[in-house]
Design a protein around this ligand. Structure first.
Ligand code: BTN
Length: 251
């Protein structure tokens, strides 16, 4: 069970989270958040112990194990100025990486756009949905925390891991989530795009590596160079630098 009191006692948030909606079970915290936002509930964090129909990026399903995974959603409304807008996709994974480093002394890495990796295995993902010309920005975080290898479905078993598997002991989800929210808030308060981009790049597992991406309706390969100041990926392809927002694959 996720203990909201323990979460709150570690939380320093002043503006992201003002209310917590804990559901023992639900279909998707992302759908719940949209419902709450549409009813004018802002600054709410939705968290569940049992997400039964989790949504991943690109219409994938997101698997989570009751009582073991961290599955939550919250909204960042009118936080970023227009020109800073794309930076949210950089800021969230950077804040999660920093929070995990502070709490667990563990180096988690990022794969474009915002998959969280440990060595060559995925440990978490971030889903970002927006509407109203991006005034409403809903963030869903899914982290594998206390799963064992047998808890993952066969099709992802070999490419997925959890913080418990990495550290060799169970991890309390409540302080972990509080550290993540605190770090996100702190990074928003002292927003420094160059610094954020540098941290993202330093922690990226494929800088200057060959990757696959979809360009003009074809899958092609190029070299992932960097993130530009607008928060887009810059990929080298046929001696040109292409800016790119979509997903990539390893070769
Ligand atoms: C990805 O595909 O990598 C992103 C996964 C995001 C999953 C989280 S879990 C909490 C929130 N609710 C959902 O239904 N999805 C997101």
């Amino acid at each position: 069970m996720f203990f909201t009191n323990l979460f709150q006692s570690n939380l320093k948030s002043q503006f992201i989270i003002k209310k917590i909606e804990y559901y023992p079970a639900t279909e998707s915290t992302m759908s719940d958040l949209w419902e709450l936002i549409n009813k004018d509930n802002s600054h709410v964090l939705v968290i569940t112990d049992n997400q039964k129909n989790g949504k991943g990026r690109l219409n994938n399903k997101w698997h989570s194990k009751p009582g073991c995974s961290l599955t939550c959603s919250f909204s960042l409304n009118k936080v970023f100025l227009n020109e800073q807008f794309n930076l949210h996709a950089i800021l969230i994974p950077v804040a999660i990486i920093r929070a995990i480093k502070k709490l667990l002394n563990l180096e988690i890495k990022v794969k474009w756009p915002n998959d969280l990796f440990y060595e060559n295995k995925k440990v978490g993902g971030i889903l970002i949905e927006s509407k109203n010309k991006q005034q409403v920005l809903n963030i869903g975080i899914g982290l594998n925390v206390n799963e064992d290898n047998n808890d993952f479905p066969n099709e992802i078993k070999n490419k997925t891991t959890s913080l418990k598997i990495i550290k060799g002991h169970p991890i309390q989800r409540e302080p972990l989530l509080a550290f993540i929210i605190n770090e996100i808030e702190q990074k928003i308060k002292s927003l420094d795009s160059k610094k954020l981009i540098n941290i993202w790049q330093e922690n990226c597992i494929h800088i200057n590596e060959n990757i696959c991406f979809k360009y003009q309706n074809k899958m092609i390969s190029g070299i992932f160079k960097k993130i530009n100041l607008k928060g887009q990926a810059v990929i080298e392809y046929e001696n040109k630098h292409i800016t790119y927002d979509g997903p990539i694959d390893f070769i």
